[in-house]
Design a protein around this ligand. Structure first.
Ligand SMILES: NC(=O)c1ccc[n+]([C@@H]2O[C@H](COP(=O)([O-])OP(=O)(O)OC[C@H]3O[C@@H](n4cnc5c(N)ncnc54)[C@H](OP(=O)(O)O)[C@@H]3O)[C@@H](O)[C@H]2O)c1
Length: 245
């Protein structure tokens, strides 16, 4: 019988993160969730015996404390994001996502796991691959996004976190392997057919749609399905509903 995998989730109280928790637990995985407030967890997961809740502020956990929570995990999933309010967008920590990604990677590396830990990081189609690889982004759209990064801290933060994984961790790290998941406009709704693309498919001003349940499904597949992992490891897949892709 295969051993039960253990996954650490950050951002599990968010709109997408809660779906990730529900689906991971529904697949019988053991889950640890670092949350600021356990009261914000969906009621249907709160009492699940496979869920361990760590009530803490991720941004102020020491590296050794984070290491304890990461120890023994096969994968770490992040659905963190700046809360869409004036304070969430412009207040501290402006580097929430970059800081969390960096610190999670360092904590994993410090443990020197014998099998690399999968880091699956949710971001958005505002994040671009380097060297103009997202060929469907026009010059105007790229300039617009650079402008957004200059004035909107969350846009800059998400791009920097992805750049860190691409540049600093890279594809050959012995301890951390990663996938950056790029959904388009988030929608409610159930798991449905979805399409995965290596690059951007929809224009910035004619966005596609992505059910949050589909993001959760794909993130779970990355954990549990070796072929899905092999197909997307070290990539930044764009996920959109099939009707849009
Ligand atoms: N909105 C969109 O249309 C859209 C589209 C594509 C991609 N995205 C990206 O997808 C990601 C997730 O989106 P979502 O709408 O599911 O997120 P969300 O509902 O806003 O949830 C954000 C999560 O991050 C946590 N968080 C926020 N600030 C924190 C802090 N300072 N310290 C610790 N945790 C903190 C929240 O915890 P609390 O519950 O404690 O606040 C929550 O769990 C974001 O990065 C966003 O940029 C968004």
């Amino acid at each position: 019988m295969p051993t039960q995998q253990t996954v650490l989730v950050v951002g599990g109280t968010g709109r997408t993160g809660r779906r990730v928790l529900q689906q991971l637990l529904g697949r019988g995985l053991r889950v640890r969730a670092i949350v600021r407030s356990a009261a914000r967890l969906p009621p249907d997961v709160a009492g699940n015996p496979d869920l361990t809740v760590i009530e803490a502020d991720l941004t102020s956990l020491r590296e050794d404390e984070l290491g304890q929570h990461v120890r023994g995990c096969d994968a770490v999933l992040s659905c963190l994001g700046h809360v869409l309010s004036l304070r969430g967008v412009f207040g501290p920590p402006r580097d929430l996502v970059t800081s969390a990604t960096t610190r999670l990677c360092r904590a994993i590396e410090a443990l020197e796991p014998t099998t690399p830990v999968k880091l699956i990081f949710m971001t958005s189609v505002s994040v671009c691959r380097p060297q103009g690889l997202d060929t469907r982004r026009s010059g105007f759209e790229r300039a617009f996004l650079r402008g957004l990064c200059a004035v909107l801290p969350p846009a800059n933060d998400n791009q920097r976190a992805a750049d860190y994984l691409l540049g600093e961790i890279g594809p050959e790290n012995a301890f951390v392997q990663w996938v950056v998941v790029r959904p388009d406009t988030l929608l409610e709704g159930e798991v449905s057919e979805y399409a995965l693309h290596e690059g951007i498919v929809n224009g910035l001003f004619l966005p596609g749609k992505t059910n949050m349940a589909n993001i959760a499904h794909f993130m779970c597949e990355l954990v549990t399905n070796p072929k899905t992992w092999a197909d997307w490891r070290s990539k930044l897949p764009v996920i959109v509903n099939a009707a849009d892709g």
